[in-house]
Design a protein around this ligand. Structure first.
Ligand code: CU
Ligand code: ZN
Length: 365
């Protein structure tokens, strides 16, 4: 089968024939139908991520169809439509048992090493093992994954839209609906109008927020934010906090969301939260070693800060439910699919992202 291989950091991916072994116990063979190109793939490909490894098959925003299941697989069956989950849900570990986190512990260590749960790989090329990226490796015609890393979705849902729920869109929706639990009638500010920020805007709208301010440097992205329910838009930069205070009677917002990954913007998101109860949710991923500066007085006077990974969503339960809301017409996904490309054009997808051209390129197989 064909797959996009990261051979060397800082070099374009190489689309090549690779071998994929049969699914082992608890594993599932998935035929990919669509896959988004996400910032995290490019971050690893660049070599800047110190936890990255190569050679590996990148990709983690996949949607497809179950082709074959290994021994003991009970969570999905052949023919099921699935969304891949880089954030699995085993349903049994101490974190899965808690309503307060989605950070499943079951396969974390092996996944971080690029292995399937048994410590080996199903991917290889000319006899040499290739590692699995984020437990997903979806820049490929097929992938083998742990069954706990697959969300079974409505078979009617178009898979080109469904794949966006594998990462960025769900991260934003979940940050608003699950991590922050935005209350109806509230005022919110979302910093960043990429995939995650736009998802957060949509999530705040679904939660019934009355006022949704979106901050970004790009007028085109702010236009997309309006389409998702933003009531006000602001150009970002130095004066953003002052502008937000002005818009909110001097107090700041009930909820703020950070979806840029810049620690300077994170600080603005903290300072734009309201005294007394303002909750700042950090969804962006900062560079390794960077730190966030907060003046402690902001916290003493009632602001709170929390982080959100994959929107706090428990993937096998919550992703199918979000797809149902999409199918019910509550979430408008089409504006996020800016480009449709083939697997051979995967490097083009990275270029478009670097040029901030559109929100998502989706690979169709
Ligand atoms: Cu991603
Ligand atoms: Zn778990």
């Amino acid at each position: 089968m064909r797959a996009a291989v990261l051979e060397q950091f800082g070099r374009p991916l190489v689309v090549a024939d690779v071998e994929l072994a049969d699914p082992g116990p608890g594993e599932v063979l998935v035929r990919l139908v669509a896959c988004g190109v996400c910032h995290t793939d490019a971050y690893t490909a660049s070599g800047v991520d110190p936890s990255g490894y190569a050679p590996t098959v990148l990709g983690h925003e996949g949607a497809g169809v179950v082709e074959r299941v290994g021994e003991g697989v009970t969570m999905v069956a052949v023919g099921d439509h699935v969304v891949t989950l880089f954030s699995p849900q085993c349903g049994e570990c101490i974190h899965c048992a808690s309503p307060d986190t989605n950070l499943c512990l079951a396969i974390r260590e092996q996944q971080n090493l690029g292995h399937l749960p048994d410590g080996t790989t199903r991917l290889s090329r000319d006899g040499e093992p290739l590692r699995h990226f984020m437990g997903t490796s979806t820049f490929a015609e097929y992938t083998v994954m742990a069954q706990i890393s697959l969300a079974k979705i409505d078979p009617e849902a178009p898979l080109d839209a469904a794949c966006l729920f594998a990462c960025g869109l769900s991260t934003g929706l979940g940050a608003a609906l699950r991590t922050a639990r935005v209350r109806a009638g509230s005022t919110v500010v979302v910093f960043g109008a990429g995939m995650v920020g736009l998802g957060a805007v949509a999530g705040c709208r679904l939660a019934g927020a009355e006022r949704i301010v979106c901050v970004d440097l790009s007028p085109q992205r702010l236009e997309l934010a309006r389409g998702q329910g933003a009531t006000d838009t602001l150009s970002g930069g130095e004066g953003a906090v002052e502008a937000i205070l002005e818009l909110t009677g001097g107090f700041g917002a009930d909820y703020t969301f950070e979806a840029t990954g810049s620690v300077a913007v994170m600080r603005q998101a903290v300072e734009a939260a309201r005294m007394g109860w303002g909750l700042c949710t950090i969804a962006g991923v900062a560079g390794r070693g960077e730190t966030l500066d907060i003046v402690p007085r902001y916290l003493i006077t009632g602001r709170r800060v929390c982080g959100s990974s994959f929107g706090g969503l428990k993937g096998r339960d919550d992703v199918p439910a979000l797809i149902d809301r999409f199918m019910a017409g509550e979430i408008d996904v089409a504006p996020f699919i800016s480009h449709r490309i083939t697997l051979d054009q995967v490097n083009r997808g990275f270029e478009l992202m670097e040029a901030h051209d559109g929100i998502r390129s989706v690979i169709e197989f």
